[in-house]
Design a binder for this molecule. Sequence first.
Ligand SMILES: [Ca+2]
Length: 282
Amino acid sequence: MKSRDIWLWLRSVWIPALLLIMGCLVSSSSSGSLWSISIPSSGTVRAASFITFRSGMEDVAKVDDHRLSWTINHWIGGTGGETGARFGIVDFGHSSSKSLLLELFDITKSRRAEMKIYGYPTLFGSELYMSMWYYLPSDWKLTGENYKQNQLIEIREWDKDRNIDWMLSVYIKYSDGKYVFEVGHKDNTIGQSSYVMYGRAGEVLRGQWFELKFYVKRHSSSGIVALWLNGYRIIYKEDCKTRHVQDEYYLVPVKQYCDETDTYPKTVYADDLTISNALVKS
Ligand SMILES: [Ca+2]
């Protein structure tokens, strides 16, 4: 084959093929860097992840004090008949104009206000990564004498007969004169003695918006939990129990809970919720 023929053959077949292969590699690489993130302590590169739900609360419609409707088929609300709690969409947004309001205004009627999101496993499965902005008024406080702890985020589980009430939570805890964040799990069928703490750190900022990102790799023994406050990772725990039963579970991205010894009303605003089924680069 003459040199000119060789060049034509390379140009017509192999050069385009090489360009195609290189294009695929570049495309694959840029896609990976956009959607992947390293778990900070291990450096493990995660597979592609996906945002499964995002809302700035601008599109939420109030159905009644216990239910809000989104554009997708999920709903939020408290437990039925708890008339001391209510939900609203108010003009106090972290982004744009609106945010979600949870009020626990009468402890004699209700002990919890919580936003439940059903929709597993489409929203998350073996991994959850969520972020949300919260605002606790400057006079927010816990007054319980024996149980100075308040759940803010929760993954809750039942077995198929709803006999087990197990939760993995981000708590607000009163400790050494200030409010801090805790991550732990509890089995309600056993009671307070079942509480297992995985980390305590940070300080709860009242009177200003703050962002929490919560990552959970769900596993019965080798799970991972991580919590970021305003972009800084403050809690990280691996090889821990983050899943109890798989039959039913749901996400509570914002919650307020009062023990019976805590009679002080609770109010929290929340905005800009993002839910993913794996870690997402922010
Ligand atoms: Ca908003």
